[in-house]
Design a protein around this ligand. Sequence first.
Ligand code: PAP
Length: 314
Amino acid sequence: MEDIFKTLPQHTCSWSKDRMTLFKYQEFWNLQELIEGAILAQQTFKAQPSDVLLCSCPKTGTTWLKALSFAIITRQKFNEFTSPLLTTMPHDCVPFLEKDLEKIKENHKNSCFPLVATHLPYTLLPESVITENCKIVYVYRNVKDVVVSNYNFMIELVKLRVEDAPFEEFFDEFYQGVSCYGPYWDHILTYWKASKERGPSRILFLKYEDMKRDTTSEVKKLAEFIGYPFSVEEEKTGVIENIVKMCSFDNLSNLEVNKNGKHRSDDPTISIENRLYFRKAEDGDWKNYFTDEMKDKIDKLMDQKLIETDLVLK
Ligand code: PAP
């Protein structure tokens, strides 16, 4: 690992007062520990054909997607009163490829639990995900709210106050593509290109804003895609609505575990307060942060980057 890192471009983020350094590994920026996790996953992860990968760039709806997918696949065993989601942070319910290889191995051995989450771009996924033709769900979100969500999360992570971490500097670096798992648009494009090659039966795109607007429809789509469709009986008896309600921001963010608990609490060096994953969940919070100039600049960039796609990130 040491030899690899010696060769990688690196960048110390100015907004972080030099508290955060990112490395560029195979076209994408990231923290050292997450690149190490990616390399280990690439070298050792053996996907099973039944695995379903929940993929996303950070701050695009990962926590919500994990909660919904977990609730969908465990609904025969648990309901809205007994679900582990009521006492366990969604990130601790679905293992993360860059960090939880042992847990995933255990799941492969002991159960038929198929969910694996990752923030890796498609081009960095372990080879076996492709050769085993695993299904992939990719969630994405409008770029401006992603910038703001990242900013608020990252400054907490490096223990800076808003006054001490200028948003303009964070925006500039994000715009240059320097963010965790960034450039964000290139991340999306890796999955978009793969979906054109592999077809919609293997890669489902979900958009955070669509999920907010019509959660029930998107949840039905998700359940069908991952192979756990709702029966007519379930639709009639409100099973979908119960899942939607249980996984809603209002419900999850008010649970004791998500207000006061810590994620990865067994390892204090990487443990993160769960509340940081539940901030506002609003569309358009960017309006409280962006100047007109920033808005025009990033909208223009999205027009250029996504010109060949039908994706709208503005
Ligand atoms: P991660 O990639 O670090 O896991 P992720 O879950 O993708 O983060 O993104 C966090 C965002 O999702 C937060 O958005 P905000 O900063 O704009 O508020 C968070 O509030 C939002 N979020 C978390 N849970 C839910 C949910 N159940 N429904 C809708 N949005 C949610």
